[in-house]
Design a protein around this ligand. Sequence first.
Ligand SMILES: O=P(O)(O)OC[C@H]1O[C@](O)(CO)[C@@H](O)[C@@H]1O
Length: 264
Amino acid sequence: MILTVEEGEIDMISKSGIRVVAVSDYEELSREAARRIIAAVRQHPASVLGLATGSTPEGTYRELVRDHREKGTSYQQVTTFNLDEYVGLAANDPHSYHAYMEQHLFRHLDIPRGQTHLPDGTAEEPEVECRRYEEMIREAGGIDLQVLGIGVNGHIGFNEPGTPFSSETQVVQLAESTRQANQIHFEDPEQVPTHAITMGMATILRSRGILLLASGAKKAPVIQRLLTEAEITPDLPASILRSHEDVTLIADQEALSLVGTDLD
Ligand SMILES: O=P(O)(O)OC[C@H]1O[C@](O)(CO)[C@@H](O)[C@@H]1O
């Protein structure tokens, strides 16, 4: 394990090959993630960003919005691709990831709407939509920096355990644990869609840089598996991130609570 201390954070490279930035809590995670995204955009104003939804990146987006307002970081040349969208939810459905992104990020930035992309969950032919989405990412030159959350079962995007590492953007059935975890965003548990369109594992892995975010005790078991289990296996989709050369995990104390300093 390589351990350096930088601005009060513990920054280490675990034997898994994943760089770990340990922060104290969710607020610090949000600031640190935003700081890295802002640095990328300032360095390359025409960056292609891969974005995630879920509870974890909400604070990060809040920090991006604050920075845009206070320091004027511009997103006029940025292009974004979100990881996923629920099948059956229209962009104007308040539970859709389109709506989430509008609410938490896009409407607060100066990014032109033609440059923000999510899969169309209402496409008549979802398979065609998947190919179209994949092609758009390719045409944009691929993703420079992909923001990722992680499911309690190790999913990334909506790629549930068992998904082949070679998969591209695809329609998937959600695991029951995922539907349960996401119930908090719906009034009625029955409303949680059963399927989603998600970037595939190969799509995500082609990103040049990856920022994986994990916060809270609920994520501790999966983070322990990710950082300490040796095997790269579709049973733990996130384990493939160990084979990527530029992955940074920003995790708070609770998410790292089962790992401790036992990384080597
Ligand atoms: O940040 P959360 O809400 O814990 O979700 C983790 C992951 O699960 C998903 O929300 C899908 O269930 C992903 O989009 C996200 O990256």
